[in-house]
Write a protein that binds this ligand. Structure first.
Ligand SMILES: [Zn+2]
Length: 311
């Protein structure tokens, strides 16, 4: 059986795992990203994670096929260079990521967008298994997305597409970090939910998080009910637009907030049904992601475990 290293670079942590073809994580862990210390510090953390995986593999006499890395931002279509667009990691642009990690880790490296890697992970081993046409959405600090068309990741020309978080849900909306206004991510991310709840509940910045809002919603607190309803409404507009475009078999929703409970999907499903064109959504199931925060590492390892994973 083949094994590879999968790494998932986030704004706060670097996750790493040694993964086999069955999707089992034989070894895994995480390190702080150190994003505030700049790109060199982040590269050092990725190298440390890779070294820990290699030590484990050596101890078990396992051969490794390579290192797949899911990173925020847009990656060149050869999987070697981060072009830009990673707003939560300063200096993370025009960076020869694959070459830098290869030079210290001594294994071939391929990088791809982190949400694409989560989508690939869910497709190979999770909630999208067996489906050829999939929209994967991850809701967290931002909103990420990966789309499979006929079983392959759709990437846009030169890998620059699929920024679902920046489709417009309010043409009169507030400015977004991307330079536009009224973006989905600015209204439907978990950060947006928490920000809106704090305003409605009269709390200061940082006095709540996603868990606090969900708990307050379940207690029936008015501010939390309104903030959650607005969150579902915006998110459903975004998902309905993707359904109208791609007519997926499955929409897989992941990210911490999606693990809140069945009520979360019940409410979201109602609104998606309300906004999607019925003829486009006829064969679409909306389901929860199955792999939690392991999806990114599993998908990234999949770049080296499955020939035609095409990321
Ligand atoms: Zn935007």
């Amino acid at each position: 059986m083949k094994q590879a290293i999968g790494m998932d670079l986030g704004g706060t942590s670097v996750k790493y795992a040694v993964v086999d073809e069955s999707g089992a994580s034989l070894f895994s862990g995480q390190l702080p990203t150190c994003a505030d210390k700049g790109a060199e510090a982040v590269l050092a953390q990725l190298s440390r994670g890779a070294a820990l995986c290699r030590e484990f593999a050596a101890g078990q006499s396992l051969a490794l096929e390579g290192i797949g890395i899911g990173t925020p931002g847009i990656v060149s279509s050869d999987g070697r260079t981060v072009l830009g667009g990673a707003e939560n990691i300063p200096e993370w642009e025009n960076l020869p990521l694959a070459e830098r990690i290869e030079s210290v880790a001594g294994l071939p490296v391929r990088a791809s967008n982190d949400a694409n890697m989560m989508a690939l992970g869910e497709s190979l081993f999770g909630a999208a298994q067996g489906a050829t046409d999939v929209v994967f959405v991850t809701v967290g600090t931002g909103i990420g997305c990966g789309v499979l068309v006929d079983g392959l990741l759709y990437r846009g020309y030169r890998n620059r597409g699929m920024e679902m978080g920046h489709i417009t849900v309010r043409s009169d909306g507030e400015p977004c970090a991307c330079g536009s206004v009224g973006c989905l991510e600015h209204y439907a991310s978990t950060s947006a939910l928490v920000r809106r709840y704090c305003v409605l509940a009269g709390l200061g910045d940082g006095e709540a998080d996603g868990r606090v809002v969900v708990d307050a919603y379940l207690r029936g607190e008015a501010a939390a009910v309104q903030a959650m309803e607005e969150h579902w409404d915006y998110l459903a507009h975004g998902i309905a637009s993707m359904i109208n475009l791609f007519a997926p078999q499955r929409v897989v929703v992941g990210g911490g907030i999606s693990e809140a409970g069945d009520f979360y999907f019940g409410a979201l499903r109602c609104k998606v049904e309300r906004y999607a064109m019925p003829v486009c959504a006829a064969d679409t199931q909306l389901v929860a992601a199955a792999l939690g925060n392991r999806a990114g590492c599993l998908g990234a390892a999949g770049l080296f475990l499955y020939e035609n994973s095409h990321a």
